[in-house]
Design a protein around this ligand. Structure first.
Ligand SMILES: Cc1cc2nc3c(=O)[nH]c(=O)nc-3n(C[C@H](O)[C@H](O)[C@H](O)COP(=O)(O)OP(=O)(O)OC[C@H]3O[C@@H](n4cnc5c(N)ncnc54)[C@H](O)[C@@H]3O)c2cc1C
Length: 470
């Protein structure tokens, strides 16, 4: 093969770097950290794609976006066609391009990965979605003719939004019932503005409205309306995508002291209730100077980086495994390091110690070592005897994950749940109750945006088949 073959040319181009806000500045503002590719960088990056005959990246994407196609269109400068191509598969590209865990999904399968670094698929996805917004265009996929059959979607997170969009495209009359006053689920109440601006989420939800979907806000199903109410309102099939929004705690002595909060509450106050936009919004939020965040996933990383932006002097992540096992997105860990987050790894809390007013002042921790893999397949953390020490702190944020919220499921006992309270479904999202489907975190436990979207898509396909047979 000569040096001028397209393949040789592709591998000679280095992976293009995402331009970012300077860490020294961004650490005190909530503006987006990643600034996005411009057309020139995007085209250069698109040239790296080898256009594999059997593209493994597509298999790595739970919604099976035709990745080589949209990258080829970028390379050819046909950006509007690229938008059209991506929206056939993914109604939320500006969101996925920003927060998907690409290193474990599409990019992990890229054949360039081992020797030359994978193609920056996520950044390219974001580029075309941002280009569409910047040019005030709004591509909306086609729908089949309306069939006047009503379906209800409970929850407007990525699972519910994807299921709703696919059902609308099949011709159904779709209503989403959302407990909060805003749509998007974790995308609006969990993930901070500096990673995913709220206006991006609002904008992508607008595309759903163009498909004719109605969203009913402030509708807690299980409180305001029951599942039986929905059935009697004429909804012929129901999808439950209510996520796993109940914070998990450690169960350690002193955990009820003042100054110890769940990441869930901390992030919801900051994002959904807009404490980040002070003084425009005067949302009360606990502040600290030397903050400890417990956990190593996206929730913990988001809390830590939010704490810095809300004015902390130091923020320390306490995580019981090592750096390699941190479950957070690689990019967020890297950005957190640049921003000065301190990582106390292989460290586990034992108890919290308060002052005479019942406010946390210290926490006792113990050092850990890694043993054989546990049932999750990750190395088991084991405490090292006599290695306890004290960390001084005035605010502890617990970000060790979420559990299922029983608010809906407890009011509909016919639904089969597993021992953790998650809804049991088959692989296409069908529950044990006829006409009721479920997907996303309420089935799998806390997972990812794109896996929730994949579950919403599978369930929509199954619901369509069920309703057609009926
Ligand atoms: C802080 C944080 C950061 C994260 N970062 C990332 C990331 O960078 N990348 C990634 O891939 N994943 C990330 N995740 C995980 C990802 O966001 C979730 O896996 C995903 O949002 C799950 O989607 P879902 O639709 O199942 O549920 P959710 O997003 O939780 O949405 C559920 C929706 O249902 C509504 N609801 C709940 N109960 C009811 C009811 N009874 N009636 C009506 N509505 C109801 C809720 O208000 C919510 O809007 C993160 C999670 C958190 C918490």
């Amino acid at each position: 093969m000569s040096d001028s073959t397209p393949k040789k040319k592709s591998v000679r181009i280095p992976r293009q770097k995402m331009p970012t806000q300077d860490p020294k500045l961004r650490v005190r503002n909530f503006n987006e950290v990643n600034l996005g590719f411009d057309a020139e960088i995007a085209q250069k990056e698109a040239e790296r794609c080898l256009q594999c005959a059997k593209p493994l990246c597509v298999e790595g994407c739970p919604v099976n976006i035709n990745i080589p196609e949209f990258i080829k269109l970028i390379k050819e400068g046909e950006i509007q066609e690229a938008v059209r191509s991506i929206k056939e598969y993914n109604i939320l590209p500006a969101i996925c391009g920003r927060v998907c865990q690409q290193e474990n999904q599409c990019e992990s399968k890229c054949v360039m990965r081992k020797r030359f670094k994978s193609v920056a698929i996520g950044s390219l996805e974001r580029f075309i979605a941002d280009w569409e917004r910047a040019n005030q265009l709004k591509e909306c996929p086609d729908c089949e003719a309306p069939n006047n059959i009503k379906v209800a979607i409970i929850g407007s997170g990525p699972a519910g939004l994807t299921c709703a969009a696919d059902m609308a495209r099949f011709g159904y009359e779709v209503t989403i019932f959302e407990a909060f006053h805003k749509g998007g689920g974790v995308l609006v109440y969990g993930i901070p503005e500096f990673r995913l601006p709220k206006e991006i989420v609002e904008d992508e939800i607008e595309t759903l409205k163009m498909l004719g979907i109605t969203i009913e806000y402030n509708m807690i199903i299980g409180k305001v309306l029951s599942i039986d109410d929905l059935k009697s309102m004429g909804f012929k099939a129901i999808f439950i995508g209510i996520g796993a929004g109940s914070p998990r705690f450690l169960g350690l002595p002193g955990e009820n002291l003042r100054g110890i909060v769940s990441a869930n509450e901390y992030l919801t106050r900051t994002n959904l209730m807009k404490a980040y936009d002070f003084p425009r919004f005067k949302t009360p939020i606990v502040k600290g100077k030397n903050i400890v965040v417990i956990g190593g996933g996206n929730t913990a990383m988001d809390s830590a980086r939010t704490a810095l932006r809300l004015g902390a002097n130091t923020v320390t992540i306490v995580y019981r495994r090592a750096m390699e096992q941190l479950p957070a997105r690689l990019e967020e860990v890297h950005h957190g390091e640049e921003e000065g987050i301190i990582f106390k790894l292989l460290t586990n809390p034992i108890r919290f110690i308060g002052d005479e007013e019942g406010k946390v002042k210290e926490m006792e921790v113990i050092q850990m070592k890694l043993g054989e893999p546990d049932e999750s397949g990750r190395a088991r953390p084991i405490p090292i005897e006599n290695s306890e020490f004290i960390i001084k702190t005035d605010l502890v944020i617990i970000g060790i994950g979420n559990n299922s919220n029983p608010l809906l499921t407890s009011t509909y006992p016919a639904l089969e749940l597993n021992k953790w309270g998650y809804i049991v479904t088959d692989e296409i999202g069908k529950t044990n109750v006829e006409g009721i489907y479920a997907g996303g975190d309420i089935v799998t436990g806390a997972a990812t945006v794109i896996s929730a979207m994949g579950a919403g898509r599978k369930a929509a396909k199954a619901m369509n088949q069920y309703l057609k047979l009926k």
